[in-house]
Ligand binder design. Structure first.
Ligand SMILES: *Cc1c(COP(=O)(O)O)cnc(C)c1O
Length: 462
């Protein structure tokens, strides 16, 4: 604890640091919270507060903070070989070992990986590969990728274009051409006039309609997250994925499943695709791959695409300086080994996921909660002004960000997306810590309800 640093760092931060996804001016006025250290599922700030990290950093610190084995793996590799590239017919042991491990964990038909530095770069790579694949098949017209509204696929120009975040499109345009969006399977937000099952089928039908409008000869791929993360922890109705699978099988269209959040145990399987019984052609990965200790991403490539790229493609003019960076690869490999040794995936599926589901669903009774949903270790609460009708709060009240600020002030990181509160805790969280998370969330809901009732709240600093 070193309190005097707060003001000094905040001033320097304000003077020199432009933060991601941030209103620079507003943050400058409020001042940043400065996180100084962390252990397990808790972060600590420069004011001496200990905060339960209900978001695992940004959906990535799956093994929790302070894992010496990961620190060891990084330092040992940095001493041995801090950098070498995988261009020009060279490689190094950590990249090869990690590639082997990933393909061993991935579904049967996936036997190749292309490394990147992040999830955004992975999705840029996806777009390059999908278009290259069809060109090599002699079908260059088959180039359009269908994606979904309110999807998140990263923040590079291609990632932003594949994603369906309207505010991002509004600032970064014009987007990459040849990307079309269809409606998202967000039942609580957009489908409550139908049953969840009927709505899930209608969303799959929207994909088929789009394919028919564009012409199947022009459509290269469909890309989606198994459960939308940044869009608001949106768990599709059970009917959705089987119906989507059937549509894609009918037309010759590649399936890209963005596993950046759902991969590596989040849904209680190694990959979200496996939870939903999907057989994707391409799987972008990042985040939990290294538990966030060092930046690394990649694209897992199914045999269908890999065979064509390898046998018919010649040189693929694509890659990053840090594709398969040795220290990042060494940490990712150790991370996966630890996950296996500690049965993390099975624990999420058989114990922690069901336990969170039972505790989290209790919050559905709270007067300002319209829905409480979870799957594995990802969950969401929909804040409503009126529980009976499900009517939302007036947007100007900022109910979600108020609740998030109250959580933070009360020792819990819970994120808000509009008036949807979301959690995605480290996969090493215990049952007792889940109890603590639910208790802190309930306190924040109580206080949010109280302040919104009186409408006299002042915004607590973020
Ligand atoms: C975070 C995220 C990305 C982008 O990953 P970065 O490492 O931030 O570039 C892509 N897809 C999904 C689903 C994500 O959640």
């Amino acid at each position: 604890m070193n309190r005097p640093i707060t003001g000094e760092l905040q001033a320097l931060d304000r003077a020199h640091h432009l933060h991601p996804f941030t209103d620079f001016k507003a943050l400058g006025e409020e001042g940043s919270r400065i996180v100084t250290h962390a252990e397990g599922v808790y972060i600590h700030d420069s004011e001496g507060n200990r905060i339960l990290d209900g978001m695992a950093g940004l959906w990535c610190v799956n093994l929790g903070y302070g894992r010496e084995e990961l620190v060891e793996a990084a330092t040992a590799q940095l001493r041995e070989l801090p950098y070498y590239n995988n261009f020009f017919k060279t490689t190094h042991p950590p990249a090869v070992r990690l590639a082997e491990k990933l393909c061993q964990l991935a579904p049967e038909h996936v036997n190749r990986v292309f490394f990147t530095g992040s999830g955004s770069e992975a999705n840029d790579t996806v777009l390059r590969m999908v278009r290259r694949y069809w060109a090599l098949k002699g079908r260059p017209d088959k180039h359009i990728v269908i994606a979904r509204e309110n999807a998140y696929h990263g923040s590079t120009v291609a990632g932003m274009s594949l994603g369906g975040m309207a505010p991002m499109h509004g600032q970064g345009g014009p987007c990459v051409p040849g990307i079309e969006h269809v409606r998202q399977p967000y039942w609580f937000g957009e489908g409550r006039d139908q049953s969840p099952e009927a709505f899930g089928r209608a969303c799959a039908q929207a994909i088929e309609d789009k394919i028919l409008t564009l012409g199947e000869d022009n459509v290269a791929a469909f890309i989606a997250e198994p459960v939308q993360g940044a869009g608001g922890a949106i768990i599709p109705p059970e009917s959705y994925w089987p119906a989507v699978k059937a549509v894609l099988a009918k037309y010759d269209i590649l399936l890209v499943i963005d596993e950046v959040i759902c991969g590596f145990g989040r849904l209680g399987e190694w990959f979200g695709s496996q939870h939903y019984g999907l057989e994707p052609d391409l799987m972008p990965i990042a985040k939990g791959l290294s538990s966030g200790y060092l930046p690394i991403g990649g694209v897992l490539v199914g045999d269908r695409v890999a065979t064509t790229l390898i046998d018919d493609g010649g040189e693929f003019f694509h890659g990053f300086t840090y594709s398969g960076h040795p220290a990042c690869a060494a940490v990712a490999l150790k991370n996966l080994e630890l996950m296996e040794a500690e049965n993390i995936v099975e624990r999420v599926r058989d114990d922690l996921g069901p336990y969170l589901a039972s505790r989290w669903s209790e919050l559905a009774e709270h007067p300002i909660v319209g829905e409480a949903r979870s799957l594995g270790l990802v969950g969401a609460l929909e804040l409503v002004a009126d529980q009976a009708s499900g009517a939302r709060f007036d947007k100007s009240l900022g109910a979600g960000s108020l609740c998030r600020d109250l959580c933070f002030a009360n020792g819990l990181v819970m994120r808000s997306v509009g008036d949807t509160m979301i959690i995605s805790p480290p996969l090493v969280i215990t049952r007792e810590q889940i109890d603590e998370l639910v208790r802190l969330a309930r306190q924040a809901l109580d206080e949010t309800a109280r302040r919104l009732k009186n409408r006299t709240f002042e915004r607590t600093p973020a």
